[in-house]
Design a protein around this ligand. Structure first.
Ligand SMILES: NC(=O)c1ccc[n+]([C@@H]2O[C@H](COP(=O)([O-])OP(=O)(O)OC[C@H]3O[C@@H](n4cnc5c(N)ncnc54)[C@H](OP(=O)(O)O)[C@@H]3O)[C@@H](O)[C@H]2O)c1
Length: 251
């Protein structure tokens, strides 16, 4: 007598099997978690960040094929990184440092200039370097934030940069097509950056978010990473900004 038919669990192919994913700013937080998700989907990972020790630690965890320790804000180092990058790359995420907030009277113009470089010129440079390195149909992914859409004292500059990025990315998507270009816009994400910014206030902030966010929980790096991997794999998506903030901007 033949055995009773067994139910086969639904299985799917890893979505990034054999693909190469670069994460600039990939040794912590959103970048590292995106690299983890991409690795779990079969991707080979290339990581960069400034601190070589933390970078090496992340690279070992993910069995990264290569790493490069440099400041992405330095145009020459960025150019050298891309020169050395073996083509074809499938997807590239640019993560990095946090925003600059200050009330008008305290705005440090040098810091403002550096922040314009980091938030607007850096994505433009990355897009230029990506042509010829990222394959057609591959993707670039930048990070913005929904917090910068609020209006308030101290938010003048981050508000302007946040408003500019969707327009910049939509145009870049036309400029570098068929490479796709998108932005993820998180609210609060529970990362080392948030911990550093909030210090002793971190737990109170988490409690406040649990009590007030429409989704009822704190958004973590894995939430952003899942969206990032979707943006890498869904070839219908380009030129757009995707919010991932648990509804924070609504309350
Ligand atoms: N966390 C949030 O709530 C939140 C919300 C909205 C948007 N964002 C944005 O998301 C991005 C990532 O935030 P995160 O919370 O994941 O930060 P994070 O935990 O501090 O991680 C940042 C990563 O980028 C690297 N990095 C920072 N500056 C760099 C530079 N100049 N060149 C190369 N690598 C650099 C860091 O390593 P090294 O320090 O060793 O370089 C680290 O690997 C930031 O742009 C942030 O503004 C974050």
């Amino acid at each position: 007598m033949s055995a009773a038919p067994t139910v086969t669990p639904t299985q799917r192919e890893p979505q990034l099997l054999g693909q190469k994913v670069v994460v600039i700013g990939g040794s912590a937080g959103i970048g590292l978690e995106t690299a983890r998700h991409a690795r779990a989907e079969g991707a080979e990972i290339i990581l960069t960040a400034r601190d070589p020790e933390r970078l090496e630690h992340a690279a070992q965890e993910l069995d990264a094929i290569s790493t490069s320790a440099f400041d992405a804000g330095d145009p020459d180092s960025l150019a050298r990184f891309f020169d050395d990058l073996p083509a074809p790359i499938d997807h590239l995420m640019l993560s990095g440092g946090g925003p600059y907030y200050a009330p008008l009277a305290e705005l440090d113009l040098e810091q403002v200039r550096q922040d314009i470089d980091r938030h607007l010129l850096l994505p433009v440079q990355v897009a230029r370097h990506a042509v010829g390195k990222v394959r057609p149909g591959g993707s670039l992914l930048f990070i913005s934030g929904t917090g910068g859409r609020r209006r308030g004292v101290g938010l003048t500059f981050i508000g302007a940069v946040t408003a500019a990025l969707p327009a910049l990315v939509a145009n870049l998507a036309l400029e570098v097509a068929p490479i796709r270009v998108n932005v993820v816009a998180p609210g609060f994400v529970d990362t080392p950056l948030s911990a550093a910014l909030l210090g002793d206030g971190l737990d109170d902030r988490r409690d406040e978010l649990r009590a007030t966010l429409p989704n009822g929980r704190v958004v973590g790096p894995a939430d952003v990473a899942a969206l990032a991997v979707h943006l890498m794999t869904n070839t219908a998506l380009t030129g757009a900004t995707y919010d991932v903030d648990g509804g924070q901007q609504l309350v």
